[in-house]
Design a protein around this ligand. Structure first.
Ligand code: AMO
Length: 443
């Protein structure tokens, strides 16, 4: 596999905190925001929030050519400092401030304390003050990890010959069906916000064979739960010339394993800060939906109320059972009932009541849906008609089937859900930069 360098650390101490150790005995320039000033007797610790880390500087009148009163928390500064070897320091050096250029100072004091280890407040407050709470070291680490997850997926998919695409987010029809679609006035017509890139990624299989996209999608979910957002980032891929839908699961299995080793390599500091233990991924176990349903019902003495889908509690219980039995924190549930899957899902020729599709559950929550798609024009028309859908509306999409497309399939993974489960959060909003939910449109 080819490797793309991730966040390459240069040897420029002005921007790269990790390069400082190479400059012991020298005077360096640094820039960043003053994160915290801790006054001691006769000197002060000044924590500077740099692009990649928070570094501790020492202010003392003995070395500095400016008064400490010039420094205020959240001021953006350019500093000159001497890097002096210091055995007692964790880093092996201390940074003695010499000069400062104040580039900007905050207009007001912050309404919330952000420079403790953790922002000590409710999730609501954390989100209300997002532009500043994200500056907290731990909050920032979450999104550093999320960025690395995307970098890992990209690296893997590019190496596996997938081409990145950018499909429209304004569409004439919904791809996923159901009522959770946002309507949009569009120059005298009605348009919709894309629920997924489903149709476009399938169309692009006819062009590039293997494609992926990491982009926002929109769901008009009216319910207010810890796992639903109205806008989330979907990691989608679609691949042609598959021989079975198991190939899609195998590709996701490898993509996730690559992601975990990528995070272990590139995000140690952030993972430690967040106290996160990454899961081990070997071969992810698979279980058919109907077998899983019965297993949960029998083992947990529960009545099955919905034969077509899982209740959230059942997903949680299934993950517990799988972990106990196999040690895996992931499980693929396969062969979902046809009645519950979208019209593009391929039915199992051995049992048309079921589809060649799957969900991936991780630590009690669905993080991915995927499966094989119908590629025959006739078959697709029949399924549309059987569902009372109008083929005229799908003219653009059906060109795919009409003019030939290989057997294909793919998946969509919710980035925020995956991040939240990985980091052990109870609410998907904790892993969302600026969540959009039924109550929240700001900031
Ligand atoms: P589905 O609708 O199951 O499938 O969505 C795929 C994955 O997206 C995430 N997800 C959500 N995350 C946060 N808030 C939501 N409201 C939300 N809804 C879904 C979940 C889910 O597993 N086109 C298919 C995918 C495919 O078959 O390729 C689709 O969108 O993690």
């Amino acid at each position: 596999m080819t490797t793309v360098k991730y966040n390459t650390i240069s040897t420029n101490p002005e921007t790269d905190a990790y390069a400082l150790a190479d400059h012991i005995g020298q005077t360096v320039r640094l820039h960043g925001a003053i994160y915290k000033i801790r006054r001691m007797s006769g000197f002060a610790f000044v924590l500077l929030r740099m692009r990649d880390a928070i570094v501790q500087c020492i202010y003392s009148e003995e070395y500095a050519s400016f008064p400490i009163t010039l420094l205020t928390e959240e001021a953006c500064v350019r500093l000159t400092a001497e890097v002096v070897a210091e055995e007692r320091s964790r880093t092996g050096y201390e940074l003695r401030l010499k000069q400062v250029q104040v580039l900007s100072t905050p207009y007001e004091d912050l309404p919330i304390v952000i420079n403790q280890k953790k922002v000590n407040t409710s999730l609501e407050n954390l989100l209300d003050y997002r532009p500043i709470t994200l500056r907290n070291e731990k909050e920032r680490a979450i999104f550093h990890i999320q960025a690395a997850i995307c970098a890992a997926f990209r690296e893997f998919l590019i190496a596996e010959h997938f081409t990145e695409i950018h499909s429209p987010k304004i569409a004439a029809i919904g791809a996923e069906g159901g009522a959770n679609i946002f309507k949009l006035p569009y120059f005298g017509k009605e348009a919709y916000l894309a629920q997924s890139p489903q149709f476009y990624k399938q169309m692009m299989v006819g062009v590039f064979e293997r494609v992926f996209e990491i982009a926002p999608v929109f769901r008009a979910e009216k319910h207010d739960t810890s796992r639903h957002l109205n806008e989330y980032t979907s990691v989608d891929f679609e691949m042609g010339y598959i021989e079975s839908f198991e190939e899609i699961m195998a590709t996701e299995n490898r993509m996730l394993a690559h992601c975990i080793s990528f995070l272990n390599e590139h995000c140690k500091t952030q993972l430690t800060l967040l106290g996160c233990t990454l899961p081990r991924i070997e071969e992810i176990p698979q279980i058919p939906f109907s077998t899983a349903k019965e297993w949960i019902a029998n083992s947990c003495k529960r009545k099955i109320t919905d034969m077509l889908d899982f209740e959230p509690e059942e997903e949680r219980l299934l993950c517990e059972l799988v972990k106990k039995e196999t040690g895996s924190e992931f499980v693929f549930v396969t062969h979902y009932p046809s009645a519950k899957r979208p019209f593009y899902a391929m039915d199992d020729p051995k049992n048309p009541e079921e589809t060649l599709s799957f969900d991936l559950l991780f630590r009690g929550l669905e993080i991915t849906t995927g499966g094989q798609r119908i590629h025959s024009y006739q078959e697709q028309l029949e399924k549309l008609h059987a569902r009372g859908m109008h083929e005229e509306l799908f003219e653009g999409y059906l060109m795919l089937h009409k003019y030939g497309v290989p057997p294909h399939g793919g998946l969509g993974l919710g980035l925020e859900r995956f991040t939240a489960q990985l980091l052990g959060f109870e609410n998907v909003r904790s892993a969302t930069l600026f969540p959009r939910d039924i109550h929240r449109l700001m900031p």
